[in-house]
Design a protein around this ligand. Structure first.
Ligand SMILES: *Cc1c(COP(=O)(O)O)cnc(C)c1O
Length: 430
């Protein structure tokens, strides 16, 4: 569900005209819908209600303080991957004892910070990390709660850069070695074994890889529960979203028509596939949704600068670029692009590109879209996850503002960087 739709030919986010946002804050700019985030959270939470569960939002998908605060108020926990993300969660009013700390490269400083703040669990990805956490906990006179991330070797059927549950990936401990590594953990005095974790990948659009992962891990989880009295099984994130037909997919009617066909996964499909396997475990089940909660809640607003005709193509050059939204370049990500003002039903085939000096700087290629002209404004939809958070200052382009809409109101949740911000902290030697 999401809250972007046309009213009298003008694109709105909830009760706010996006043209007004673009006038007020200029473009490019990110806009997020509170209603969409709330509705996604509640829908997933309701689908998983038969389980004793906790949603731990994967902060890396969108870490703006206002977004974290909104999720915290809904009761969400958080899945963090760095000290910086824990700092953000705390600033946003989130609780450390609802945080799981993931990632293959945790430094001593990050471990110490998370221990002092009292995170719920370290999701451990190697034996070296177990040893290190044990040492840091010992030096602080604390006991570190740990879960081991187990790699079930299943094919998530997603882009190779975001598949994480195959044995060739860098993540977790192979399922065949897991029992042995738990024994190592049990022998370390400053650790408390609290759970088991897995995460097989991102943008997964079928229920079957989730069911397969749950089934593959269930026996191991049962054994670990017996042996170590663990309290949770963290099943990770990865539920995919609809990127094509993004606008239509905001309506319940669309879901009725398309919801159960292949390449579309609903929270209910997801829940139905895993609850029968997870419920009998009798444990608290954690989930780490990122993209599902915020992906369709965001749009990147941009203004057309030039339309350039070449013998081969029409290039529509907009003021947003790959440094603002890197998904097309990095993952071959596909985003629907729509005008803020609907004009005609006529379509012309074009490439929509940014101004950066890289051929990878595109938002759409050979795409039929309503003709666009300089100063027309567009929205690049479904850019609420892995959008702003992956942006950079490449080409010395200031980072964009982020605006959170709620009903008729909107809030500037992050200011646009200024040119001075671009050089802050830099200096020239005497
Ligand atoms: C990225 C990540 C997630 C979130 O993935 P989504 O596809 O955004 O749901 C959850 N858990 C871990 C460990 C991750 O690395």
């Amino acid at each position: 569900m999401h809250s972007f739709s046309y009213v009298d030919g003008t694109l709105r986010c909830e009760g706010v005209d996006l043209g007004e946002i673009a006038d007020r804050f200029a473009t490019p700019a990110y806009v997020y819908s509170s209603a969409t985030i709330r509705s996604n959270y509640r829908r997933l939470d309701a689908a998983l209600a038969p389980l004793d569960h906790l949603l731990c939002y994967a902060v890396k998908a969108n870490s703006n303080l206002a977004v974290l605060n909104l999720l915290s108020k809904l009761g969400s926990g958080f899945d963090i991957v760095s000290a910086g993300e824990l700092f953000r969660v705390l600033k946003a009013g989130g609780r450390a004892d609802r945080c799981t700390f993931a990632g293959v490269g945790k430094t001593r400083e990050e471990i110490a910070f998370a221990l002092r703040e009292g995170v719920y669990s370290f999701n451990v990805e190697s034996e070296g990390e177990l040893t290190r956490i044990n040492e840091v906990a010992g030096s602080l006179g604390l006991k570190a709660p740990v879960a081991i991330r187990v790699n079930p070797d299943v094919d998530a059927k997603t882009h190779k850069f975001i598949s994480t549950g195959k044995s060739k990936n860098k993540f977790g401990i192979g399922i065949d070695r897991a029992a042995e590594v738990y024994q190592v953990a049990a022998g370390l005095p400053h650790l408390k074994i609290r759970g088991v974790q897995t995460h097989i990948g991102s943008q997964i659009l079928e229920a079957s890889p989730f069911a397969e992962a749950a089934e593959k891990l269930a026996a191991l989880v049962r054994d670990l529960k017996q042996a170590y009295d663990i309290e949770f099984f963290d099943f990770g994130g990865g539920i995919g979203i609809v990127y094509d037909e993004a606008l239509e997919s905001g309506s319940p009617a669309w879901w009725e028509a398309h919801g159960s066909s292949t390449q579309r996964i609903t929270p209910e499909d997801y829940a139905a596939a895993i609850i029968p396997v997870l419920k009998p475990l009798g444990l608290r089940i954690l989930f780490e949704p990122g993209r599902f909660l915020v992906g369709n809640a965001g749009a990147l607003l941009s203004t057309v600068q030039y339309v350039k005709q070449t013998p081969a193509k029409t290039f529509t050059i907009i003021d947003a670029a790959m440094n603002d939204l890197i998904r097309p370049a990095l993952y071959e990500g596909w985003h629907e692009i729509v005008p803020l003002r609907q004009s005609t039903n006529e379509k012309t085939v074009m490439d929509v590109v940014g101004p950066v000096c890289e051929s990878g700087d595109f938002f759409a290629q050979d795409r039929p879209l309503a003709p666009l002209h300089p100063d027309d404004r567009v929205a690049v939809l479904s850019s609420g996850a892995y959008g702003f958070v992956m942006s950079s200052n490449y080409n010395s382009r200031p980072l964009l503002p982020e605006i959170l809409v709620d009903g008729e109101k909107f809030h500037l949740a992050r200011e646009r960087q200024s040119l001075e911000d671009l050089v802050r902290g830099e200096s020239i030697p005497e």
